[in-house]
Ligand binder design. Sequence first.
Ligand code: ATP
Length: 294
Amino acid sequence: VRNFFSPLQEVAFFLNSYQSATAALEKVSGVLEEEPTVPDPTDPVDLWTAKGHVRFDDVTFGYSDDRVTLPHFSLDLPAGQTVALVGTTGAGKSTLAKLVSRFYDPSKGAVTLDDVDLRRLHPKDLRRAIVMVTQEAYLFSGTVADNIALGKPDATMDEIRAAARAVGADAFISKLPDGYDTDVNKRGGRVSAGQRQLISFARAFLADPAVLILDEATASLDIPSERQIQNALQTLLADRTAIIIAHRLSTVAIADRVLVMEHGRIIEDDTPAALIAGTGKFAQLHAAWRESLV
Ligand code: ATP
């Protein structure tokens, strides 16, 4: 059962550098992350406002030539849908997420946004339209405001505050010693795991992408902040396409659709209620999970 959920990992609150302005990241953290190696388009499509319709069109992808991770993978995510990805470790959830954020290109088939092959998007447009929030631990030097502003490097203080308010982070930030100017560098110091998550949500909210990919944090939270995170998530997910690598049943419950993955394939695809009522893998995992909570 425990395998169903990823091992406990540290919460972090940053967008990957390929999702956010590299300059801003350098400024804030002084650390550069791995950059994607995919080529820029020779003939990029014109700038447009993405609606967020994501499609995998018979995608085959492997990290090496001799091992296919996603074989003939097709998936249609209408704009605005919230999709929870679940499955045992190694099932391919992160790989799917990385293909949507074009960290890699498929070897066959295409991933499209509003029917445009991601390979034809200007990197700048892609980064604005599709944002991934991961939970990898990362140390930032910088203030709370800097950390939120990574979502939109030219954001004003008013916009930063508005984003924090939207996800319910403003109250705790205002109580920090220096408010928005508090340095969050001291990990595990002033800012709790739940609060760090809220800061990352504020950042994503400020970035306001058409497609949000969220690798949900697995750190355990106390009940009030768990509730706060769920409320913030609902705000964050509204009016955009969201793909969540879900580690919490409470998150799966708010999804429009749950995809259960195994060996690079989708083995179940339905609403959470329908899957729980059924007799499939998700229903079993759900039952086992509930028992373990008793
Ligand atoms: P987890 O819940 O543990 O994060 P996951 O469902 O996200 O698992 P992926 O990380 O997508 O699974 O991994 C799918 C397969 O691809 C696994 O067999 C994994 O070992 C392999 N894999 C993932 N990343 C890489 C990489 N960078 N290089 C080579 N193989 C990789």
